[in-house]
Structure formats: structure tokens, C-alpha cells
Design a protein around this ligand. Structure first.
Ligand code: ADP
Ligand code: MG
Ligand code: MG
Ligand code: MG
Ligand code: MG
Ligand code: MG
Length: 751
């Protein structure tokens, strides 16, 4: 969950009073971070993953009433894990809280050094060790003097818990909507005991609801089967009105033929796999961020693992839009909709003069990225072709202090959001060293990628001791086994390293990436859909960019160094008065994108954008084309293919190890090739994505009644199946999940 400060979280009405203070100091701190790190260069390629777990309670004492539920009283192990420095340090693991009380997050204790061949093996070993440590603590194994025991609880890496929000979905039972003792979510379906005990999380939940002015409302298409009842809301719930919000679903918050969910936990209670990587310097980190952007929907599609929500099979395969809607704190004005009824305000929970600042905002704060960072020779500003609202005070401040146009826009976009989680102890800050106000805004913008600048340093000696310019890749769903999670992580790292080495041009317009994000949600999108991707990228045709020869990185660092740089690019003109005019002519000149948009500062610090400003006549067919995931991953006539791209990198960068006959090198090589084989086969459809596997498991379960309902027994059997797959303990099951080659490999060479 990013920043987790200790302290007293403020309710929304109070934190809203500090909104401009947080923005003001946040941008000063950001500048300080950039200034103090401007000479940071040649950082090593370090990286790390984040894996999120559910603690699953398996109750099989009575076989006919078997149930798998989320354990909400095992979270004590997190404190113990975080306090047992000896265990975690010596095993190089680190545990973190997550939104759900039934969740844990674990990372390597130290970032991996991606420059050593054998480190790729270390990733999977580290993941296995994390799961084993959780099990040790749950089962009271190997821990001297340790008293707790929870032998029926197991850490599973499922993206969505199929029955979250249904009867008996927690252990101990939490009486769902009946208990209204606290009012964080006011959900019809879940009790607040599912939320992490740290007050930050309940307050965040409540603040999002209060800012929005209603409960969050999540609707995803229901999979309609022969006997499906299109109403997914049980009547006994609708009749139990306690809170004002309890009838919102009747006012249109719940859509017909959809699975309706009404609380943050439905989204933030999903698990995912995130990868953070460090680039040598600012310029390269921007280039890496941009190059990874077109891969976000592709990897979402390839990692799809979430076909069930609130006990119903859905007509989509992934979690992404669920989380997006689960934390959508925009008021009706910002969402461009009418309030639910006359008791709900267009301005949501915003009061007083701040109402005048409300503008239409296209996306939730959890969504796909809105713009490239630019700064490399292949970038063209016409690729940033969607509306990305900007906080004009932040934009102007950054421009005046030497940030270039794209960087300023990027941060000014993050700064359109209010702080929704502010600790009273953190209000007063020393902007010359503290970064909490910046991190406050940054860490509650949950996008497909996160650009993580280094924290402020006081001397350049600190460069080697603190994290540098990093990019976080965030779209992937968590996979069931450590083998798969290692495979997806290592694949992404190899792609990133190959990008940094060969510098291909992957740019397509942001609007195409957004179109791809929508497609990636569809059932079995990896096989059924075609995605936009940069065309004519073949080995012969690989357009190496001029970054090395023009020394782009140095120039860009220099711009920041030298203070104010008047960024008179072709498309934009910026003056100190807070008016930023997009000059449509240049762009029109190419007949590519009609920009009739003018960003007008309204004096109160937020830019107003014309609804259709940059979405004019698009024709990018000369640079992009539609490909299947198989073509993008495995290659086609007019596209290099990510796997061949990565293999070329391995052969060139690790020539010695790849040709070595040493047993150790051969074992490493084989496992890396198995990682790539998994990705290849999921892309070609030879083996299913996890979402397809789960969907098929349900549709063919003997208890399934063709009504889209995932019952307690089906869910139990599914979770037991996932546990068996995690433990690699049944060859026949593994054959169905991984295919024969990978299964044979896994059984022959367990680590
Ligand atoms: P967040 O939740 O904000 O993304 P976490 O601390 O949970 O942050 O995870 C950060 C990830 O970044 C971990 O996998 C960690 O190993 C990794 N990491 C830490 N330092 C570096 C670094 N210098 N470069 C790259 N990755 C790093
Ligand atoms: Mg997390
Ligand atoms: Mg996080
Ligand atoms: Mg984390
Ligand atoms: Mg999460
Ligand atoms: Mg993260």
C-alpha cells in the first residue's frame, strides 16, 4: 500500500482543509528530490518484486459443508514477521501490511542485483522461502518458544477471492452487513473487520466514500448462463436499511446484469504482482517507463487470473477495473454524472469555495497512465493524445523550476487529486529533507506504472545507499505458484533490460494503450483479442534510437540543473501566467491528431480542459497495427516478438553463461527457458491463463448449476485445487495446468 506512516489519520473534512498545503509542500519537496539527485548517474540495475497473499482458512471437518474462507484473525503473524528481524534478515525477506486483514505482502529483503545470471534463480527461491516462512509462523513450525498455531490456514496467491462478500466468507464469521459498529465502508456485503487493523486503512476507506459523496459502486458484467438470475443482490440485504447509503443500489448504483459491489475491499482486497526496477539515471528511467507503457495491457491479459467476484462468474477475466471503481473518490461533477438522487450532492463531500474548483476528471485515481514521460529522441508529444487534467499551480511551479513539459505534466496530473490519507503528525514538514507530502499524493495515485523518483538526499555520498530513479510495473495479476510469479517477474526484467540495451521504439499513442486496457479485461483476451502495438519492429528493422550518441540523458539532467528552461516545444507554449495553450496547428499539420484543446487555468489552480481536446481524428496506422498477444510475445512477420527479443538479449549479454557447460549454468539456463516457455505457451494458448483455468474448473464442476453461482463447495474445491497446484503435489493436475513439458521439469527439479 505504499507509504504507511504511523500516526493519527485525519477524517476527510479535516484533511480537505490541508489539501492545498499538501499540494504546495508536495511540489516543493518534489523539486528538492529532483535537485538533490540530479547528478545521480550509473545506478546499477536493481529490482524487486512484491507478492500479495490471502490467508485462507480451510474448513473440511464436515465434508458436505466444506468451506474455504478468508482468515481475519491470523494477521497477528504480520507483527511477528515484522518483529523477527533475525528470521527475515537472514532469509532476505520482508513482510508488509496490505489493505485486507486477510492479506500479507512480501518482498525480497534487499533488491535483487539483476546483473548476475544466477540471480534469476534466486528470485524463485526467495519467493518459496517467503511462503514457507508465512507457513512456519501460521503452523508454529521451527520457531522456538512460539505459541500460536493456525494449522488450517494456508497462504494462497489468488488474485480475487471468489466468494468475498458472500455468506461465510470470513473466518471467524463476521456477520457481514449486520454489524454496523464501525462505518468505514457501510457495505451491504462486508463487515469492516475485513479491513487491516491499522487505522490508515479504515480512514482511507471512509475518506474515499465521503469525498465521493456516496459509497463506491463497482459493476462488472455478469456471465449469463442458462439458469442465471440477472439480479445479483439478495433481497434479504436490500430490505435491511440501516444507513442512508443502504438504498443506493436501488437508485442506480447497481446495474442490471452486473455483479454489483459497494466497498473498497472488493478491489484493494485483490492481490497482484508488482515489479520495481532501477534505471541508471533520470533520462533512462523515463525511457524505461515509456517503453513499458504499451506492455501494460499485454501483461494484464497474459496474467489474467480473476474471473469470479462476489460469488458470481463474471464476463471478464481480470481485477483491474474492479479496483479502479473500488477507490474512485471522484464527485459526480468530476465523473460527469448526475448524483444518485436529490439527497446526494453533485459536489460529493466537497464543501465551500473548493466546490468551484471541481472539474471533470476522466479517470479514477486507480487507472491506466495518462501520459508518457518523454525526454527521449523517439518520443513525440502527439503520442500523449488523451486529456490529462493538470493542477496548474503544480505545472507552473515545475516549469518555472526547470522541469520540462512532459515531466511537469506528469506530476501536475498526479496533483489533481486531494490527499485522502493524511496523518496529523505529518502535517508540519521540513521540505529540505522530508518527502511525505509528495509521497502522500504519489502513493494514492495507483496507475499501471509508477515513476518513483529518489528521496531527497543531503550529500551525493548517499546515492549508493538509497534507491535511485525507479519504475514500477503494476498491471500484472498474481499467479498461483512461485514458479509462475518468478517467471513473470524474470520475463519483465529481461524485457526491461533488453529495452535499456537495444532501445527499441515501442511508442504508440496513449489512447491506443487505453483501448488495449479495455480489451485486456475481456474473457480470454490473450487468445481472442487483437491489441495495438508498434509495427515493423523486426530484428533487421529494429530502430535503435540515438540516445547514446546524442547523450540525451546528460542534456536532460542539464536542463534540470540549470533551473528555468523555457520549454518552447513545437506543440506547446508556456508562460508564467498559468495559461498553457496547446497549439493544435502543428499537430494538425501532420494530419494526425486534431488538438483543438486549450488548457485554461481558472485561477484557482486547476486547469479546465475541453472534453474532447485531444481526441480528434486519429490516424496512427503508419506506426501501429493490431496483433494478437501470441504475435506480440512470440513474434510475427512484422514484429520481433518479446520472447525472441529477450532471447537475443540473453545470448548477447550472458554469452558466456549461455554457452557454458558447467552444471550450475546449465541448470540456470534451463529454468530461465522454462520461465520463457510458460509465457510463450500462455500467449499461444497451448496452456490456459489462470482465469481460463478457473472458469473452466467452475463450469465443469459437478455442483455447478449453470446459474453463474460459485457455491461454497465449488469455491472450497477450487481453493484446494489452487493449494495443490501451489505445492506442486499432483502430476495429473499439474499436467492440466502447465502442460507436460513444464510439469516434467517442475517435478524433476524442485527447488
Ligand atoms: P511500494 O509498495 O511502494 O511499491 P515496497 O517497498 O512494497 O514499495 O516495494 C518496493 C519494491 O522495490 C521491493 O520489491 C523492493 O525490493 C524493490 N526495491 C527496493 N529498492 C530498490 C532499488 N533501489 N531499485 C529497484 N528496486 C528496489
Ligand atoms: Mg501491495
Ligand atoms: Mg504498495
Ligand atoms: Mg508494497
Ligand atoms: Mg494491493
Ligand atoms: Mg508496489
Amino acid at each position: 500500500m505504499g507509504l504507511l506512516s504511523q500516526g493519527t489519520p485525519l477524517p476527510f473534512e479535516q484533511s480537505q482543509k490541508y489539501s492545498s498545503l499538501v499540494h504546495h509542500h508536495g511540489r516543493i519537496q518534489l523539486l528538492q528530490m529532483f535537485k538533490s539527485n540530479q547528478n545521480r548517474n550509473n545506478s546499477p540495475f536493481l529490482w524487486g518484486d512484491e507478492v500479495e497473499y490471502f490467508l485462507l482458512f480451510f474448513d473440511n471437518k464436515d465434508y458436505n459443508n466444506r468451506n474455504a474462507s478468508l482468515s481475519i484473525d491470523s494477521d497477528y503473524i504480520l507483527d511477528e514477521l515484522q518483529n523477527s528481524d533475525k528470521t527475515t534478515q537472514s532469509l532476505d525477506v520482508s513482510f508488509h501490511p496490505e489493505y485486507g486483514r486477510f492479506m500479507l505482502e512480501a518482498t525480497p529483503g534487499n533488491p535483487y542485483n539483476g546483473s548476475v545470471f544466477s540471480d534469476f534463480l534466486y528470485v524463485e527461491k526467495n519467493m518459496i522461502s517467503r511462503r514457507n516462512i508465512i507457513l512456519d509462523f501460521l503452523n508454529n513450525r521451527n520457531i522456538p518458544g512460539y505459541k500460536n498455531s493456525n494449522k488450517d490456514v494456508y497462504p494462497l496467491t489468488l488474485t480475487s477471492f471468489p466468494r468475498l462478500g458472500c455468506s461465510n466468507f470470513t473466518f471467524p464469521q463476521s456477520s457481514n452487513h449486520l454489524d454496523k459498529s464501525t462505518d468505514a465502508a457501510k457495505s451491504l456485503f462486508v463487515n469492516n473487520k475485513v479491513i487491516n487493523r491499522h487505522p490508515r486503512f479504515a480512514t482511507l476507506t471512509k475518506n474515499i466514500r465521503n469525498r465521493r459523496g456516496s459509497k463506491v459502486s463497482i459493476n462488472i458484467p455478469l456471465f449469463i448462463d442458462q439458469h442465471t438470475n440477472s439480479s445479483t443482490i439478495d433481497q434479504s440485504i436490500t430490505n435491511r436499511l440501516i444507513y442512508f447509503e443502504d438504498n443506493e443500489h436501488l437508485l442506480g448504483a447497481a446495474k442490471p446484469n452486473h455483479i454489483y459491489m459497494d466497498a473498497m475491499v472488493f478491489g484493494m482486497g485483490c492481490s497482484c504482482l508488482q515489479i520495481t526496477m532501477q534505471a541508471p539515471n533520470l533520462s533512462r528511467s523515463r525511457y524505461l517507463y515509456d517503453s513499458l507503457a504499451p506492455l501494460t495491457p499485454i501483461m494484464l491479459s497474459l496474467s489474467a487470473a480473476a474471473p469470479v467476484f462476489r460469488g458470481f462468474l463474471s464476463n471478464q477475466d481480470v481485477r483491474w477495473n474492479v479496483i479502479s471503481m473500488a477507490v474512485d473518490d471522484r464527485t459526480p461533477i468530476e465523473r460527469g454524472v448526475n448524483p444518485l438522487d436529490s439527497n446526494h450532492k453533485p459536489s460529493g463531500g466537497i464543501n465551500g469555495l473548493q466546490i468551484n474548483n471541481l472539474i471533470r476528471i476522466q479517470k479514477s485515481r486507480y487507472d491506466s497512465i495518462d501520459q508518457y514521460l518523454g525526454g527521449s529522441p523517439n518520443f513525440k508529444s502527439l503520442y500523449n493524445d488523451i486529456n490529462s487534467e493538470k493542477d496548474s499551480s503544480t505545472f507552473n511551479y515545475l516549469i518555472q523550476n526547470g522541469f520540462d513539459h512532459q515531466l511537469s505534466s506528469h506530476f501536475a496530473h498526479l496533483f489533481i487529486r486531494d490527499p485522502i490519507s493524511l496523518f496529523s503528525e505529518k502535517i508540519k514538514q521540513d521540505d529540505s529533507i522530508d518527502t511525505d507530502h509528495f509521497e502522500n499524493i504519489q502513493s494514492t495515485n495507483w496507475q499501471t506504472l509508477r515513476f518513483k523518483p529518489p528521496s531527497t538526499v543531503t550529500t551525493e555520498d548517499d546515492f549508493s545507499k538509497s534507491p535511485g530513479w525507479r519504475v514500477e510495473f503494476r498491471p500484472m495479476e498474481i499467479q498461483i505458484t512461485d514458479f509462475e510469479n518468478a517467471a513473470y517477474s524474470v520475463f519483465m526484467i529481461l524485457v526491461a533490460r533488453a529495452i535499456l540495451k537495444y532501445k527499441p521504439n515501442f511508442y504508440i499513442p496513449i489512447s491506443s494503450i487505453d483501448a488495449n486496457m479495455k480489451l485486456a479485461h475481456n474473457v480470454n483476451s490473450a487468445l481472442n483479442e487483437k491489441f495495438y502495438f508498434r509495427k515493423d519492429l523486426t530484428f533487421e528493422n529494429l530502430t535503435f534510437d540515438q540516445m547514446e550518441t546524442t547523450n540525451g540523458s546528460k542534456n536532460i539532467n542539464k536542463q534540470l540543473l540549470n533551473g528555468y528552461v523555457n520549454q518552447k516545444t513545437k506543440e506547446t507554449d508556456s508562460n508564467g501566467n498559468g495559461i498553457h495553450k496547446a497549439n493544435g496547428n502543428t499537430i494538425n499539420g501532420n494530419g494526425i491528431c486534431k488538438a483543438n484543446g486549450i488548457f485554461k487555468a481558472n485561477g484557482n489552480g486547476i486547469c479546465k480542459t475541453n472534453g474532447n481536446a485531444l481526441n480528434g481524428n486519429k490516424n496512427f496506422s503508419h506506426i501501429q497495427q493490431k496483433y494478437s498477444v501470441n504475435e506480440i510475445v512470440n513474434g510475427s512477420k512484422s514484429f520481433i516478438g518479446l520472447i525472441p527479443f529477450v532471447k537475443r538479449f540473453l545470448n548477447e549479454e550472458f554469452a558466456q553463461e549461455m554457452n557454458s557447460k558447467l552444471e550450475k549454468d546449465l541448470a540456470n539456463k534451463e529454468r530461465i527457458f522454462m520461465y520463457l516457455l510458460l509465457i510463450e505457451k500462455r500467449a499461444s494458448g497451448e496452456i490456459p491463463t489462470i482465469a481460463s483455468y478457473i472458469r473452466n474448473f467452475i463450469l465443469t464442476h459437478k455442483d455447478y448449476k449453470k446459474d453463474s453461482v460459485v457455491s461454497e463447495t465449488i469455491n472450497y474445491d477450487l481453493c484446494m485445487r489452487a493449494k495443490s497446484i501451489t505445492q506442486l503435489d499432483n502430476e495429473e493436475i499439474l499436467n492440466g495446468f502447465f502442460g507436460l513439458d513444464i510439469t516434467q521439469f517442475l517435478l524433476r527439479s524442485k527447488i
